[in-house]
Design a protein around this ligand. Structure first.
Ligand SMILES: Nc1nc2c(c(=O)[nH]1)N[C@H]1C(S)=C(S)[C@@H](COP(=O)(O)O)O[C@H]1N2
Ligand SMILES: [Mo]
Length: 417
């Protein structure tokens, strides 16, 4: 995870724990975790979340990109020539010559009917949607950032091509300098594009993050964002959509042994744990959890002596003495460069009157959590965290395989002196 992304979390938690310990910042930095008060009331945690910068700033996201030069680093003139600026951007939405879909009105650069920026902004006036989504690389094991993404549902644009039949899948491509090494493509079944499974958000042609136009680094001027999927489905520098009768995925990420049909998983990660603590002091630990398709019921931690034998035939430690951490409520301020208070515009999954989330933790977003360990005897320890999803499955179940999204149980060292 990007350091700057963690920094927001650390800042909030520092304010929270500082208040409990009533010490100066300098002292806190010297003795980060050893001088804190033991009392952690729910009110105090709720107060902490009020100061949390929940959203990640555009430039603080972790980035997964390929090739040289990166498309957004071209000089202005080249950027304009290749449609990498807002006023030069154009989108093809055409039939696949190899497995044609029947389209009445393809949007094509060649025919002069491609969708351009003004066209997209016109659609945005009537169709724009916003939602929270955590961006995670399935191979990364930790989120790259969480954003408020805005775009036009892809289906709105697909319907403009007047599809008639022989349409089973959507292939889509990012600008790649005509360099095969830089090519990045992904695909979705047409059913997923045209209809959202219950409780899901639409796949969007995205142009804003946290209320600002997408930067080139973040995939601007326009990228795809697929709410429930790992990052490789959300291709950046989107310029070409191909409607096909082919029945199979052709994702770039099918190479490299990745599972290209994986929806996001629920899993916990530590953000702050002390490496060394003086004995007799309470030990604050904090972290975050990605909320996957099966939701998040709780986060738990397990403290065990470093020299203790691990249980035999229980690789996921299901029989260990796990304790519940405190899940933080939804933030009062969302950060990420947005004004304080509730969102100013409608966001999917939020009540239109109160602008509060209708459920929390929210799927495909992040949840933050904290716990205070007390009465830990001197010694060397291993500390682990895990999630329990709404179906009751404990991480890394029900889908433990790394190539569909790394979700191993994290372990950190802790010494009490
Ligand atoms: N055009 C293009 N889009 C891309 C990629 C890429 O290399 N090129 N990487 C993908 C992968 S593997 C991930 S995990 C996400 C990461 O998004 P981010 O860099 O905005 O965090 O972008 C996806 N979109
Ligand atoms: Mo990725």
């Amino acid at each position: 995870m990007a350091d700057s992304f963690n920094a927001d979390h650390v800042r909030v938690m520092r304010r929270f724990f500082l208040k409990r310990g009533a010490i100066g910042l300098a002292a806190w930095q010297l003795l980060p975790w050893s001088v804190l008060g033991a009392d952690v009331s729910d009110a105090a945690l709720d107060d902490a979340i009020r100061k949390l910068s929940y959203l990640t700033q555009q430039d603080a996201f972790g980035t997964v990109e390929r090739g040289t030069p990166l498309p957004y680093t071209h000089p202005e003139e080249k950027l304009r020539a290749v449609g990498m600026t807002r006023d030069t951007w154009k989108l093809d939405v055409v039939s696949d010559p190899a497995a044609p879909a029947k389209l009445g009105a393809p949007l094509s650069k060649e025919a002069g009917t491609a969708l351009d920026w003004n066209g997209l902004m016109g659609l945005a006036e009537r169709h724009a949607v916003r939602f929270l989504k955590v961006m995670t690389c399935n191979n990364g094991g930790s989120p790259l950032g969480v954003g408020l993404w805005e775009g036009v549902p892809l289906r709105t644009i697909v319907w403009m091509t007047k599809p008639d039949s022989d349409l089973r899948r959507v292939f889509y491509y990012g600008y790649h300098n005509d360099d095969p090494k830089q090519l990045f493509q992904s695909s979705l079944p047409i059913g997923r594009v045209l209809e959202d499974p219950p409780g899901h958000h639409p796949v969007i042609v995205c142009y804003k993050l946290n209320g600002e136009f997408l930067t080139g680094k973040r995939g601007g001027p326009v990228r795809m964002v697929v709410p429930e999927c790992y990052g490789f489905k959300s291709i950046k520098w989107l310029q070409r959509v191909v409607l096909t009768n082919a029945p199979y995925a052709n994702d770039t990420y099918a190479n490299g042994n990745n599972d290209v049909d994986s929806w996001m998983k629920t899993f916990a990660r530590f953000v702050s744990t002390p490496a060394k603590v003086a004995s007799g002091q309470p030990i604050p630990i904090t972290g975050m959890a990605q909320v996957g398709i099966s939701g998040l019921q709780k986060v738990q931690y397990w403290l065990t002596r470093a020299d203790a034998a691990l249980p035999a035939d229980d690789p996921n430690f299901t029989q260990a003495d796990w304790k519940d951490a405190k899940l933080l409520a939804s933030p009062k301020n969302w950060g990420g460069g947005l004004p304080d208070g509730p969102f100013q515009k409608d966001v999917l999954g939020f009540d239109a009157q109160t602008q509060q989330p209708t459920t929390w933790p929210m799927r495909y977003a992040l949840a933050h959590w904290a716990a205070m360990l007390t009465d830990v005897a001197p010694g060397s320890y291993h500390l682990r965290c895990r999630t329990i999803d709404v179906n009751g499955a404990a991480q890394p179940m029900p889908r433990p395989f790394a190539k569909s999204g790394r979700n191993f149980i994290q372990k950190v060292d802790l010494t009490v002196e």
